[in-house]
Design a protein around this ligand. Structure first.
Ligand code: GCO
Length: 454
């Protein structure tokens, strides 16, 4: 069924949620900031990757993006007028450290300091993500996350940021989606740095988790009343059939996609069944690493977009299992299944499996092909319905006992969608990339009326 044929969904109301619920939008540095070579910023792995022919579908990059580096006051005005009370952003490491062992770049620190003041002035509680994929290229040149030294470099970066912003930023996310950093960037290879080696990818995953675990106490030491967590991208899984082969394939995929990250974060180490299956591709884990990773956190961030269906696929690396394209179901323009129910399923499962404490939806959103009509309006009905339906499901998951405390819509603005470049739009606000004009879409207007209870 296409979205256009869908009836208008029942509208959730803000009053259905706790009065102290956080309502935000999320963004990331490389996707919106632009100002690629300004104020001492150095090259990131995404600059290098995007400059490599064939890697980004429209040949674009983030060097200008939404020019948020210069236009953030307007963007935060949009957020405030929408009625947000929180805002999730990420910090570009290449703005802060220009070389290994160097001093933090004052201009970079000042930029984020101004940004945070701008949020606070507008009533937006700042939620800072330290790593949303823009590793400095000089670190990749030395092996990137596959090398343990990058953990130390990350801790220096985390230290510099939390010292500078910790008087005002209390909510810290160490990493955004370690799955993507590790597996998409280093095994599937369609994200930076574009490696295609499974063993490397698992070593990357381990170092990313380790850097999370080691950063948590450091952040707490620097930030009075810090709340620290990590944001994982997760999918509810379905087996392609009830045949034992497909069920077993789903179990294997789950072991890597879900338990590989959540188990060690909750003190259970890496799943033994997967370690047995992958043999020598297992990462090098030093004594003490798993204890460090299992540090208690203050919340879990969940990024949810769609469910995955898994089939047995002998020979399909790395686990003889593959994700099937969605069948005859409603999808977004990304080809991702629309499943509000999947959000509830996922949340209930996480709560049952791990009791992680407070959960925040740190991303949820949808891509549709928007057009600006003659009146300058963007009637993005699909995105508006996606948002309404996912909030209705969220309400029911909370009623079922999942302690969700906040929701960040992905994204405040259309932006650079990684390997898809500017061909894909996820914003509640439309960006005209020729003029940098911002226009609230009908989804953004709906979120505004929901938040303002109009
Ligand atoms: C993520 C990604 C976002 C993407 C979004 C849509 O954290 O998942 O960081 O940057 O733009 O997920 O694909």
């Amino acid at each position: 069924m296409t979205t256009a044929n869908r009836p208008e969904p029942a509208a959730p109301a803000r009053s259905d949620f706790a009065s102290d619920f956080l309502w935000g939008c999320a963004t990331s540095s490389y996707q919106i900031e632009g100002a690629g070579a300004v104020d001492g910023r150095v090259e990131s792995i995404w600059d290098r990757f995007a400059a490599t022919p064939g890697k980004v579908r429209d040949g674009s990059n983030g060097s200008v993006a939404c020019d948020h580096y210069h236009r953030w006051p307007e963007d935060f005005d949009i957020g405030r007028d929408m009625g947000l009370n929180a805002y999730r952003f990420s910090i570009a490491w290449p703005r802060i450290f220009g070389e290994v062992g160097g001093k933090p770049n004052e201009k970079g620190l000042d930029f984020y300091s101004r940004l945070v003041d701008g949020m606070l002035e507008r009533g937006l509680q700042p939620w800072a993500t330290l790593y949303h994929w823009d590793l400095p290229q000089y670190l990749q040149d030395r092996g990137g996350w596959a090398k343990r030294e990058t953990v130390d470099a990350f801790l220096e970066f985390a230290d510099a940021m939390t010292r500078r912003l910790g008087d005002r930023v209390k909510h810290w996310i160490t990493h955004n989606e370690p799955w993507c950093t590790a597996i998409i960037g280093n095994f599937e290879g369609w994200h930076a740095p574009g490696n295609t080696d499974f063993k490397t990818a698992l070593q990357v995953a381990h170092h990313v988790l380790l850097s999370h675990g080691k950063a948590v106490p450091l952040i707490r030491a620097n930030v009075p009343d810090a709340q620290v967590g990590i944001a994982l991208s997760l999918h509810p899984l379905r087996a392609a059939s009830n045949q034992p082969e497909d069920l077993a394939a789903m179990e294997r995929h789950d072991g890597l996609r879900y338990r590989w990250f959540l188990d060690p974060l909750h003190g259970r180490g890496y799943p033994q069944a997967i370690l047995d299956y992958i043999g020598e591709a297992a990462p090098t884990v030093l004594p003490g690493d798993l204890d460090a990773i299992a540090v208690e956190t203050d919340f879990l961030g969940v990024n949810y977009y769609f469910p995955e269906t898994i089939a047995n696929a002998p020979g399909h690396a790395p686990l003889d299992a593959k994700v099937l394209p969605p069948g005859e179901v409603e999808t977004t323009a990304m080809g991702w299944e629309v499943s509000p129910q999947g959000l509830a399923e996922l949340l209930v499962r996480i709560e049952q499996d791990y009791h992680p404490g407070p959960i925040y939806i740190t991303e949820n959103g949808s891509c549709y092909e928007d057009s600006v009509d003659a009146n300058g309006e963007i009637e993005d009905t699909g995105r508006r319905h996606y948002l309404m339906r996912h909030l209705s499901t969220l309400k029911s998951a909370i009623a079922d006992g999942v302690p969700v405390k906040g929701y960040f819509a992905w994204s405040l603005l259309d932006n650079f969608e990684w390997a898809e470049g500017y061909l894909r739009r996820f914003g509640l606000t439309h960006i005209d990339y020729d003029t940098q004009q911002r226009r609230l879409k009908s989804s953004g207007k709906w979120y505004r009326s929901f938040l303002r209870q109009e």
